[in-house]
Each structure stands twice: as C-alpha cells, then as structure tokens.
Design a protein around this ligand. Structure first.
Ligand SMILES: [Zn+2]
Length: 212
C-alpha cells in the first residue's frame, strides 16, 4: 500500500523477481479473467464496457479465482487491492477459507511534497513507455528516449492539481484500511523517500523474518 508516486510498483517488480511469485493487480486480474472468458470475467466485462465501476462482489470473486491457482501456493503479492474495508473483510474471509492468508501489509509512505516532486517531474516515452524524471532519471538527450529515440511527454494527470485530487481520494479511502491491518498486527510502514535498494532490503528482511 502507499500513495501514488511512493514507489510501490518499483518495489513490487523487484520482490516478485526475487521470490518468483505472482504479482496480482486488480487491473491485470480483470484483463486476464476477461481474456480467459471465465464467468466472472464476462460479468466484469459488462461493467467495464458500460463505463461502470466493477462491484466489490465481482472483484472479490476474481481475486478468489486467482489466489486459488497453484502458482500462489508459495506466496503472492497483491497490488492495488483491497481498497475498501468491505474488500479487506472479504479478502480476509476468502484467504482463510483457502489457507492463503495475508502475512504482511507493507505500507510505503512519503510526504505530499516529495510525491508532488516525483510525479510532476515524471516524463514517459510515448513509444516504448520507459519512465524518466527531470531531476533524478534524465535521458541522455533532452526530451528523447534513451531506449528507442521516441519523444518524451508529461502525462496529463501528472500535474500538481490532479495529483492533489488523487492524494485526497487516497487518504480518505486508505486511512481506514491502514487501521484495519494495524489492528491485526500485519501493518509495516516503510519510508518511501529512502534509496530504492535500501528500501528493498528492508522489505526483504521483514519478509525473511515473518515467513521463516
Ligand atoms: Zn522509448
């Protein structure tokens, strides 16, 4: 868990590579369920195509299908789910039922000023999607992708106004979830402003200590 720009995605990529476990994001799960044509996938498709939010019970059904697969037996990393208390409660019940309970909730935090600095400086290649930052990850040639030579742009919602709206939603939505997991002794907070490798090693140490 963590606000936009805290570095969740970066740490998730490194952790799944180290532990060879599936990276499960709700967005990917919907796409996969729809592609495989499962009954829940077809149901989700109807909501998405009509421009509606997918209801909790459909989302939870898809999470259940995914977590029950054999590749989740030695562990999994959930990203972007749960986002609400009803989702967290349903997740708790279903993971108990299938014997794959959540062991660690990692909350990667950073203050708003740092998040704004990161997001507003973000640039992305329009051709291959490689991310850059105007201060910390500059391309060799200004405005040009190192990888493919494509033009770099700033995404429309990567501006201070839009980010403040997203952060506002995040705090309202997520604060109760942090309390939910804190009460269960599962919540661990990390400082997202630390060096990426230092942060990764802290998370790994926790995983090693908790899953031994
Ligand atoms: Zn590129």
């Amino acid at each position: 868990m963590g606000p936009p720009g805290a570095g969740k995605g970066t740490q998730a990529k490194r952790l799944i590579a180290k532990y060879d476990i599936p990276h499960i994001s709700t967005g990917d799960m919907f796409r996969e369920a729809i592609k495989q044509g499962t009954p829940l996938g077809l149901l989700a498709k109807q909501y998405i195509e009509a421009g509606h939010l997918v209801p909790d019970d459909v989302t939870i059904g898809i999470v259940r299908e995914r977590l029950a697969k054999p590749d989740c037996q030695k562990g999994y990393l959930l990203d972007g789910f749960p986002r609400t208390i009803p989702q967290a409660e349903a997740l708790e019940a279903l993971t108990k039922e299938i014997g794959r309970e959540i062991e660690i909730v990692a909350n990667i935090d950073a203050d708003d000023k740092e998040l704004i600095r990161r997001i507003c400086g973000r640039r992305v290649c329009t051709v291959c999607g490689t991310p850059y930052h105007v201060d910390t990850m500059k391309p060799k040639v200004d405005g040009v992708c190192d990888v493919c030579g494509g033009p770099l742009i700033q995404r429309l919602d990567d501006n201070e106004e839009a980010l403040k709206v997203r952060l506002g939603h995040y705090y309202v939505q997520t604060k109760p979830l942090l309390d939910f997991y804190r009460a269960r002794g599962l919540l661990y907070s990390f400082d997202g402003t630390k060096d990426l490798n230092v942060l990764l090693n802290e998370i790994i140490s926790l995983i090693e200590a908790k899953t031994r």
